[in-house]
Design a protein around this ligand. Structure first.
Ligand SMILES: N[C@H](CCC[C@H](N)C(=O)O)C(=O)O
Length: 263
């Protein structure tokens, strides 16, 4: 990493069903991954580029690449939509073609680019916990899941923030998802995202959690998910001991624009 003198670097803006990210090819490791104030400034929608998160792509000796994800507030977690965008960005950079094994904060992932969509293999899920009338499941990031009706009128920000800061999740907190069934194999999901501290247009690890909760009693399932930002699907196989494997998060990832930032 160069000394702390300011330099200009190129960034690429990607969105995956409206969850948006500043992507940086940081294989030369010029970006100070410890400078969380810089991450927050870049993600600020008034004083920076504006994004739900920032992703560094770096080399890794054992994988095609490593993705380092930051929420807009500089905190780190696994990001499903961000990972799908990282795969599309790595193909754009010609690091990969249409298949990859890469490393994220929650471990290795496989991904495939097919028919214009990115299919991301998520980590196995051990269990779904019941939380009073709701559920909790970790899909690489923590997710509280609540079934609701009339989701379009639901107070997602207020209810989401209240659960996100509830003492039962202190100190790390959780993401909070609200689900309305559309049919046996389709749901509508809205999400309050930890680290963005607002509703986002979609959340990949969140819709994965919601799909597992919604279809947990089926052996195999493919659940279609509508979000404010677009359509995703999740395929999975239920294990023998209440867990889930072969969990695939499938959806689009689009490069929106490119620019330069001073770091
Ligand atoms: N805000 C999440 C990480 C990003 C999740 C979301 N953007 C996704 O697509 O999975 C958290 O702090 O756990």
């Amino acid at each position: 990493m160069l000394s702390k003198k300011s330099m200009e670097i190129t960034f690429y803006k990607y969105q995956g069903t409206g969850n948006d990210f500043v992507m940086i090819d940081d294989r030369k490791e010029n970006f100070d991954a410890g400078d969380l104030a810089l991450v927050s400034k870049i993600c600020d929608r008034k004083f920076g580029v504006g994004a739900d998160g920032l992703i560094l792509i770096r080399n890794h000796k054992d994988y095609d690449f490593e993705m380092i994800y930051f929420n807009a507030d500089g905190s780190q977690s696994m990001c499903g939509n961000g990972a799908r965008c990282a795969v599309a960005f790595s193909a754009f950079l010609e690091i990969i073609s249409d298949k990859t094994q890469f490393l994220a904060i929650d471990g290795p992932h496989e991904a495939i680019i097919q028919d214009g969509l990115v299919q991301l293999l998520m980590g196995d899920v051990e269990k779904i916990e019941e939380k009073a009338e709701d559920y909790f499941v970790n899909t690489g990031s923590p997710h509280h899941v609540r079934m609701v009706s009339k989701i379009s009128d639901y107070p997602v920000f207020d209810e989401g923030k209240s659960v996100r800061y509830d003492e039962m999740y202190a100190p790390a907190g959780t993401n909070v998802n609200f689900v309305e069934p559309i049919s046996k194999e389709e749901i509508y999901v809205r999400t309050y995202e930890r680290g963005v501290e607002n509703e986002t247009l979609s959340c990949g690890t969140g819709v994965t959690a919601c799909a597992l909760v919604y279809a947990k009693d089926q052996d195999k399932a493919e659940i279609k998910i509508n979000t404010l930002g677009g359509k995703l699907s999740v395929r999975f196989t239920a294990g023998q001991t209440g867990g889930f494997q072969d969990i695939w998060l499938i959806g689009p990832a689009e490069q929106v624009f490119t620019g330069k930032i001073k770091i």
